[in-house]
Design a protein around this ligand. Structure first.
Ligand SMILES: [Zn+2]
Ligand SMILES: [Zn+2]
Length: 372
């Protein structure tokens, strides 16, 4: 977006302002091939274009020159015609455009000044904000993986104007007050002397553009608040407190900038049957003393159904057994963790007469004293 009378080197090379050095090199090669005098003998227009392309490349292919160009809109000591020309430094509240100040302070402030200003340039494409949402899952959902439809309120690109802020059919012009920079500069008197302040251009409110008629849908903002339905895929094995990124599902960018990302925080709720430890699941089985002493087969619930587990004879209370591969799916590698089983021995609270008799016999046989 060059000011009147200024050449836009980016436009000449047909690349965006964010183009990489490679993009510029590529564009330059393609264009010089096309407009080379050898390929267009006697064609004055092609010759002029060829010169222009070389001039643009000379600036944009040199990081230093490119930075200066981005900052002030020209390269070298002298601004192109049509710049400068404000009278005096003293007028309080006097308004200068970015180009004027660039002319005045360019050598004084060097690159650092421009770096800040460039990032504050409201014309520059800006990435949309990242958003965050929490998804609550049961442990079983975390085990299997799940796709959730989330209602995300966010700023989306206005569909009516495609983000330009202009009513369809109306024209967009470079702001006459700030020449497209979106900012104005003022010199103000302070107790410390005169200082220059930058501010948002009041004519275009920083957009650098004015439109004949603002979009009726977004009132010129280019974005509208809308609730979007986003399918979020939670991978099998998701853990509590994970932060998943859903690329480009955040808020829409500004001035053609990319969308932000949507971050999903996972909250996995406790399960009545299993507790989780990393990729393993822990559970408990209760068996009786005869089962522990003689061995038995028990049924263990897993997320993939009932598993049979052999309890060997002589198993102690508090023993830990394991079924391999019946834990949570591993997120980073293949396979699953294990199911760890803690063995508890259940002691009956009431006994039948026969049970009491048999237990007393057992105690006597074992040579231990019992009450009653
Ligand atoms: Zn709109
Ligand atoms: Zn303006």
């Amino acid at each position: 977006m060059a000011a009147p009378g200024k050449k836009d080197y980016y436009e000449i090379l047909g690349v965006s302002r964010e183009a990489s050095a490679d993009d510029i090199k590529k564009a330059y090669r393609t264009l010089t091939r096309k407009y080379h005098p050898d390929a267009n003998p006697g064609d004055k227009e092609a010759e002029a274009k060829y010169k222009e392309i070389n001039e643009a490349n000379e600036v944009l292919s040199d990081p230093k020159k490119r930075a200066q160009y981005d900052q002030f809109g020209y390269v070298g000591d002298m601004p192109p015609e049509g710049f400068g020309g404000f009278g005096g430094f003293g007028g309080q509240g006097q308004t200068f455009t970015q180009e004027d100040i660039g002319d005045l302070f360019g050598n004084l402030f060097g690159g650092g000044f421009g770096g800040r200003r460039r990032s504050a340039n409201p014309n520059a494409p800006r990435r949309g904000a990242d958003l965050e949402a929490t998804v609550r899952l049961t442990l079983e959902e975390a085990y299997r993986g799940v796709t959730r439809k989330l209602e995300i309120p966010r700023l989306d690109t206005c569909r009516r104007c495609g983000g330009s802020g202009a009513e369809p059919g109306s024209s967009v012009n470079v702001c006459p007050t700030c020449h497209g920079s979106g900012q104005i500069f003022q010199v103000v008197n302070t107790p410390f002397g005169q200082m220059q302040q930058s501010g948002t251009c009041p004519t275009c409110r920083g957009k650098g553009k004015t439109v004949d008629k603002v979009c009726t849908e977004c009132r010129g903002k280019g974005r509208v608040r809308r609730t979007a339905t986003v399918d979020v895929k939670i991978p099998a094995g998701a853990d509590n407190g994970m932060r998943l990124r859903v690329s480009s599902k955040g808020e829409a960018g500004v001035n053609g900038g990319p969308s932000g990302d949507l971050f999903i925080l996972t909250e996995v709720m406790p399960d009545a049957r299993f507790t989780r430890r990393d990729d393993d699941l822990n559970t408990t089985v209760e068996i009786t003393f005869p089962q522990a002493a003689l061995g038995c087969e028990v049924k263990v619930e897993t997320f993939d159904g009932i598993e049979k587990l052999d309890i060997p004879a002589g198993t102690q209370a508090g023993s830990k057994l394991r079924i391999r591969g019946r834990g949570m799916p591993r997120l980073k590698t293949k396979g699953n963790g294990d199911m760890n089983i803690l063995v508890k021995i259940k002691v009956p609270r009431t006994l039948t007469q026969k049970e009491r008799k048999l237990l007393k016999e057992l105690a006597k046989e074992s040579g231990v004293e019992t009450a009653g």
